[in-house]
Design a protein around this ligand. Structure first.
Ligand code: ZN
Length: 452
């Protein structure tokens, strides 16, 4: 067993800060309750002298969730490749991202997934929802990413971004990879094990998914019981294209195909109309808001955030630091003169747990308290923060501390599913090796891009 001594529990929803207490965890591999919180109370240290102490003092919270990212872009940082200037978002995809994803091979993919997972853990992020593309290396790609998640110890949901941009053959291979990986995850459960990695049914965006492919995706959603993970109306072009080619708004298209459910993840949705938001809300689907990416790509601001039932936050491949992403989401919204305050964005950040729960609840008893909380029976996806604020930290001002002070630098000890991944700021995976392997593969990736 693992013990956190005299920690103050930070709950994000509803926000609260507890008095110092002990928290005891069933370690990974310790029987049927492994990976959950066993007990919370005073002086557990004396009752369980055999427990390993993972830290004393500080604040203990549930791990953070990144609800939309692209690990394949981990090696794009500081890229030294001649990229033609782009006049709009569609050209940016063509000149940069579609050259990058074509250049991915298994080694590059493994290196970028490892680097992205390591980044997440170091920032106190315990769950990463990935959206992967790599048209020259589709079959088996999700298993390569899963290996990186397991090697570093991150929880997550993977998918392959199905698209028609490489022909219908490529699209079929994309759907097949999502289905193959869903069978892989189901087989882990069939063996009586709890998977660390789940699967959604991935697609790139409405404008690169034709009718035949959309129907195949909807079929995969029904077959697997998972949700569709797709970019919709990130740029205005996607909304215009759907109406022009298919006579429907992007969300209407998905709905007409029967592809939307309570596990769907719609990335960006900057240009969705009120009637599309209504459809998403009726299906209880998630909108993944990526404030920094939207700013960087100049695709516009999503003024309708308060109308969505389930807004969650993602980085869209710009690292995995969710406290940084939270700050950008808050400040960009304040700049837009919208009605939300930091406390509203804290709910949004926390809601990523609801998404994780909809994929992983089946691995816990029906009455477990759910993801995103530090309570007995909850999953032991935890972060111990060594934040030492110059002003009082209380339930009423957690969001203010997160917007104006707290940063991922404070993530001291990070645990996923009852396994310590970072201890006192020291990764327990081989981070030095991961970063040096990534730098070698980054140079290979950039060279391969020059040839494409
Ligand atoms: Zn994205």
């Amino acid at each position: 067993m693992i013990l956190f001594r005299k920690v103050q529990i930070l709950e994000f929803e509803p926000p609260s800060v507890s008095e110092p207490t002990d928290v005891l965890v069933w370690e990974a591999g310790e029987g049927e309750h492994a990976g959950t919180i066993a007990k919370i109370g005073q002086n557990l240290y004396e009752q369980y002298p055999q427990a390993k102490v993972a830290g004393e003092g500080g604040y203990l919270s549930a791990g953070l969730v990144c609800s939309h990212t692209h690990l394949y872009s981990a090696l794009a940082r500081g890229m030294l490749v001649a990229i033609k200037p782009s006049k709009d978002f569609a050209q940016l995809l063509d000149h940069l991202w579609w050259r990058l994803d074509r250049a991915i091979d298994p080694e590059i993919l493994h290196a970028s997934a490892l680097a992205g997972c390591a980044d997440a853990l170091k920032a106190g992020v315990t769950s990463l929802v990935d959206h992967h593309a790599g048209p020259e290396c589709i079959d088996g790609s999700l298993s390569i990413i899963r290996e990186a998640y397991e090697q570093t110890g991150v929880r997550g949901i993977l998918c392959y971004e199905t698209t028609d941009r490489n022909g219908l053959e490529g699209a079929r291979a994309g759907v097949a990879e999502n289905l193959r990986f869903a069978r892989e995850v189901d087989a882990i459960r069939a063996f009586g094990r709890k998977p660390l990695v789940e699967v959604s049914i991935g697609a790139h965006a409405s404008f690169t998914v034709g009718q035949e492919t959309l129907e195949a995706l909807a079929d995969a959603v029904r077959q697997t019981g998972r949700g569709l993970h797709i970019h919709l109306a990130e740029d205005k072009f996607d909304a215009v294209d759907a109406r022009h080619r298919f006579g429907k708004d992007p969300v209407e298209r998905m709905e007409a195909a029967g592809a939307l459910n309570e596990r769907s993840i719609i990335g960006h949705g900057v240009w969705l109309s009120p009637s599309e938001i209504e459809i998403m809300n009726a299906r209880d689907a998630f909108l993944a808001h990526n404030a920094r990416s939207n700013m960087n790509n100049a695709v516009g601001y999503n003024h309708n955030l308060p109308s969505f039932r389930n807004v969650v936050l993602g980085t869209d491949g710009m690292g995995a630091d969710m406290l940084e992403e939270f700050k950008f989401a808050v400040f960009r919204h304040r700049e837009s003169q919208g009605p939300w305050w930091p406390g509203d964005f804290l709910k949004v950040l926390h809601r990523g747990n609801r998404l994780i729960q909809r994929y992983f609840a089946q691995d816990f008893s029906p009455d477990f308290p759910g993801f995103g909380t530090v309570r007995e029976g909850a999953p032991a996806d935890l972060v111990l923060w060594d934040y030492d604020p110059p002003t009082p930290l209380t339930g009423e001002n957690i969001a203010g501390h997160m917007a104006f002070g707290m940063s991922s630098r404070s993530a001291r000890t990070v645990m996923v599913a009852g396994s310590i991944r970072i201890l006192d700021h020291r990764p327990l995976f081989d981070d030095v090796q991961i970063q040096s392997f990534a730098r070698i593969q980054a140079i290979r990736l950039w060279r391969r891009m020059e040839a494409r």
